[in-house]
Design a protein around this ligand. Structure first.
Ligand SMILES: *Cc1c(COP(=O)(O)O)cnc(C)c1O
Length: 478
């Protein structure tokens, strides 16, 4: 049986999908009911031909996909896929290796070794740091914090890997109110509980205040993890690592950094000053599927002390074939057992861009975010809330009737999404509703920015006119 016709026709349709991103609505257009009706085929007793399975899948999903792989998607923190990374991801599925052990896939094990060296270099982190390629930043947090839990408790003579947490000294986590919700979930998954998290006050921009951290560290002794933020999802701001990391270390705390996207600023000579002092931390979590534009799912856990990471993650079983000192077995660093060859698309992305290409990706997306935020924030009826320090900005819309800016902001965001030229999402920020402007995609061009600004300007103008007209009508009717 030849597989070639099916695979080639699928590849052709995939390329057509990508080529069409520029002209299709960026948002989803199908309703849940439509998708259920279309996709809800009976599961038949006899299978159906492969070509039909794929053809139906493509047809039935139409309108139910977001154009997040294109140049005018500015929602959440979501990148596209670099062509080389996407093609390499196809190879990962084609090769179908279990990248758990060197013995299961020698090439993929060596690729991950090489990715480790390249990644810590590009991110400006210690050259001896251990790396685990995981599903996403959420899992990278859990992986790093398992290493932190190990070291902080073993320093007190408690073997958490053997004895668990019942009866152990209580760990506390110090972080700011800006901490991403994935931190809380990692605390839950690790048995620390969300109650272990203490909020440390920030400055007026939400960055952790050194004075407040000093007070929190002094207030209570005991095993502590300080979690700092490299790139807040709303404003892109960074905690002042140079001040905070030495303070935390003086108090014996482990410092973990959430750099899901923000750590990549290290690759750009013009942006890396945001990260000064970050390399002195103990662990870092980031993503390849956001700013590096690698397909999902691709997170990166980095730990300065390799022994702490393997103490938390290492496994032995009689049927596994360990490579010994020859090379690394990914299973000893990762929380997963069987896993896909996640290093392959990262390897391809890094080679295809090169150092200057990665710096350029970071700088171009930062410039596009700044351009969008300033132009949109300057529109009549809009207000700029946070000028980007990297690739995240915030604006809001002002109710023409001055009644409810929050509800109006949400209304306008909904209309922009429905208009289809570009896609932005909403957030709560400083007690108000705001529109987030997040640029991560490699394919965003100046033309995309122009088209997005024009579309938002049209939508705000027409919605404002409708609202004013409705108010006039209701006033004259009453
Ligand atoms: C996206 C994000 C996360 C979660 O990362 P996943 O890759 O979705 O698991 C954590 N922290 C920050 C700051 C993020 O932007």
């Amino acid at each position: 049986m030849t597989r070639e016709p099916l695979l080639l026709s699928t590849a052709r349709q995939a390329a057509e999908y990508l080529d069409g991103l520029d002209v299709r609505p960026v948002g989803a257009t199908a309703t849940p009911g439509e998708l259920r009706t279309r996709l809800g085929h009976p599961l038949t007793d006899l299978g159906i031909p492969d070509e039909q399975v794929i053809g139906d899948l493509i047809r039935d999903s139409t309108g139910g996909l977001l154009g997040s792989a294109g140049g005018r998607f500015y929602g959440w923190v979501i990148g596209g896929s670099l062509p080389a990374a996407l093609a390499a991801d196809w190879l990962v599925s084609t090769w179908d290796q279990n990248a758990a052990l060197y013995a299961c896939s020698p090439a993929e094990a060596i690729i991950e070794e090489i990715c480790r060296v390249w990644l810590v270099d590009l991110l400006g982190l210690p050259s001896t740091a251990a790396v685990a390629l995981v599903t996403g930043c959420q899992t990278a947090h859990t992986t790093c914090l398992a290493a932190a839990r190990h070291r902080q408790l073993s320093a007190l003579g408690w073997d958490v890997e053997v004895d668990g947490l019942a009866g152990a000294p209580r760990l506390r986590v110090l972080t700011t109110a800006q901490a991403h919700a994935s931190i809380t979930r990692s605390a839950r998954l690790l048995g620390l509980g969300s109650g272990c998290i203490r909020s440390v006050a920030g400055d007026d921009l939400g960055r952790m205040s050194p004075a407040a951290l000093g007070a929190a560290l002094a207030e209570q002794s005991g095993p502590t993890i300080v979690i700092l933020l490299a790139g807040d999802i709303n404003t892109g701001r960074y905690d002042p690592f140079e001040d905070l990391v030495p303070m935390a270390h003086d108090a014996g705390a482990w410092v973990h950094v959430d750099g899901a996207f923000g750590l990549w600023a290290a690759a750009s000579p013009t942006r890396r000053h945001q990260l000064a002092g970050v390399a002195a931390a103990d662990s870092w979590a980031t993503d390849a599927h956001k700013w590096l534009n690698v397909p999902y799912d691709s997170g990166i856990a980095i730990c300065a002390d390799p022994a702490a990471l393997t103490a938390a993650m290492g496994v032995r079983a009689s049927y596994l074939t360990h490579a010994g000192d020859q090379t690394r077995d990914q299973i000893d660093w990762n929380p997963e057992w069987s896993r896909r060859g996640r290093g392959v698309p990262i390897y391809a992305a890094l080679r295809s861009l090169g150092r200057t290409g990665i710096a350029d990706l970071v700088e171009r997306t930062c410039r596009a975010a700044t351009s969008l935020t300033r132009q949109l924030g300057a529109l009549p009826g809009a207000e700029l809330l946070a000028d980007p320090v990297v690739n995240q900005g915030l604006i809001r819309f002002l109710d023409p009737l001055e009644i409810d800016h929050d509800a109006w902001t949400d209304h306008v965001i909904g209309r922009i999404q429905a208009e289809g030229t570009a896609w932005f999402g909403g957030t709560n920020w400083n007690g108000m509703r705001a529109m987030r402007i997040s640029v991560c995609g490699w394919s965003t061009t100046d033309t995309d920015v122009e088209q997005a600004v024009a579309a938002v300007a049209r939508t705000v103008a027409s919605e404002s006119a409708i609202r004013r007209a409705a108010a006039t009508t209701s006033t004259s009717a009453s």
